[in-house]
Design a protein around this ligand. Structure first.
Ligand SMILES: [Ca+2]
Ligand SMILES: [Ca+2]
Length: 437
């Protein structure tokens, strides 16, 4: 219980802090020591617009399935008390009616605490996700609410038929972000929209990205499939790999493979003139994904703020040459983060578990950062390091203007530094840091 309470409180704190930062007013006027005005960005990266929250319909509490698996089930309790202990996985999965060995596959590279259970049983007991979202009169994420099973003070909303696709996605989102399951009535095809509507108001950076917008899904995104005339409930899975060289995406889901087994599916995602596009899958024409990683815009604090640990809520700490927020008349997304002296000093980012001062356990496999305004291409670079500080590689800002540098690595990244390698007229700054945990 302590573990769950701690996770819940941490999630509320993180979300509250992040929201508070989001509403900080911008201030200051643009001023730039160099020439000219803001010029077009040289990057072709597509950034999705923030979603517009809409109210979630909340059905009445359902009748309790006699076979319900939740906080009265020993294997379920054991798993949720220690989800990173793989010895709890087999019983957790098998307890829901699974059969055969193995009863799960790991959701590789994303969250070590999440197995995808397999296969989906013939009889489908309902299974709970911790939390009390829709069942609570306050819609609180951590406070007491009525337990639909025991009538007690804790709630474990029935969320999905066991080992169907929805259960995996809701369990993953709970373990990763502390979000309570939102349960009954949400099919796989609508899960991305439902979570965005429920949690976007308190989770800045949460976005729904539609297939065809040009953006590629990122590892860790939750992806919904809908628009099939055969299966109107749709499907939901977790993005576990993205290959931007060969144009493929891999997604892992329950009830996704042959014989209702959990599966990881490698699927084409060719690059079109508009950008990346996931090929329709299994009759599902509509594809969209929940991208929950934060994008740091440096509008979160007033201009002039010295920056260090403030962004630990987003999983990053900034150090280097005394970085601070400043305006930049040559950057259309001003304010920006500059080192000291202004537009000259280097900036280092080190990754942490979001909302904590704990170093990343699994590292970061991708991040992006805008660098500019570049007047002398190849004068500024981002160098990235593993979790022990060993240099992994570097990327030069090679175009005039504002360069979006997308860094990916097969070896987990622990930190990065942006610095000048030769003279850069009028200097540079960074903005729009996106971290793909
Ligand atoms: Ca900005
Ligand atoms: Ca410059």
């Amino acid at each position: 219980m302590k573990w769950r309470t701690a996770i819940g409180l941490a999630a509320v704190l993180v979300l509250t802090l992040a929201f508070a930062m989001q509403v900080q007013a911008r201030s200051g006027s643009a001023h730039f020591p160099g020439p000219g005005h803001a010029q077009p960005r040289t990057s072709t990266s597509v950034k999705a617009a923030p979603i517009t929250p809409v109210p979630v319909a909340r059905p009445a509490a359902p009748a309790v399935d006699p076979a319900y698996v939740g906080n009265t089930d020993a294997a379920w309790v054991s798993y949720y008390n220690n989800p990173e202990d793989t010895s709890t996985w087999q019983a957790f999965c098998a307890d829901q009616g699974g059969s055969g060995i193995p009863d799960y596959i790991p959701v590789a590279n994303v969250v070590p605490a999440v197995p995808a259970c397999s296969p989906t049983p013939v009889s489908l007991p309902e299974i709970g996700i911790p939390g009390c979202y829709y069942n609570s009169p306050q819609d609180t994420l951590s406070g007491p609410c009525t337990d639909i099973v025991t009538g007690g003070a804790q709630s474990w909303p029935i969320t999905s038929s066991a080992q169907q696709c929805v259960e995996l996605a809701e369990r993953y989102l709970y373990l990763r972000y502390g979000w309570a399951g939102i349960g009954v009535g949400v099919g796989g095809g609508s899960l991305v929209q439902a979570y965005a509507a429920a949690y976007a108001p308190t989770a800045p950076g949460l976005r729904v990205i539609h297939n065809g917008s040009g953006s590629a899904p990122a590892v860790g995104d939750v992806i919904s499939f809908s628009g099939s005339t055969i299966n109107t409930a749709g499907h939901v899975a977790i993005v576990t790999a993205v290959d931007l060289v060969n144009g493929t995406v891999t997604f892992t889901g329950q009830n996704q493979g042959a014989n209702n087994a959990a599966a990881s599916t490698l699927w084409p995602m060719p690059k079109t003139p508009k950008g990346w596009s996931v090929t329709p899958w299994s009759g599902y024409k509509n594809i969209e994904w929940l991208h929950a990683q934060p994008i740091i815009t440096f509008s979160e604090f007033p201009v002039g703020t010295a920056i260090g640990s403030q962004y630990l809520t987003d999983g990053i700490k900034f150090t280097g040459d005394n970085p601070y927020i400043t305006t930049d008349g040559s950057n259309p997304t001003s304010p920006v983060l500059s080192g000291t002296p202004r537009f000259q000093g280097s900036i280092t980012g080190t990754f942490f578990v979001p909302g904590t001062t704990a170093p990343q356990r699994t590292g970061v496999l991708a991040f992006s950062v805008d660098v500019g305004y570049i007047d002398n291409p190849n004068s500024v670079e981002v160098v990235y390091f593993d979790m022990k500080g060993k240099r992994l590689g570097s990327l030069l800002a090679s175009a005039f203007g504002i360069d979006t540098l997308n860094v990916t690595s097969s070896i987990p990244i622990g930190s990065f530094t942006v610095h000048s390698v030769t003279n850069e007229p009028y200097g540079w700054a960074i903005d729009n840091v996106a971290i793909h945990f």
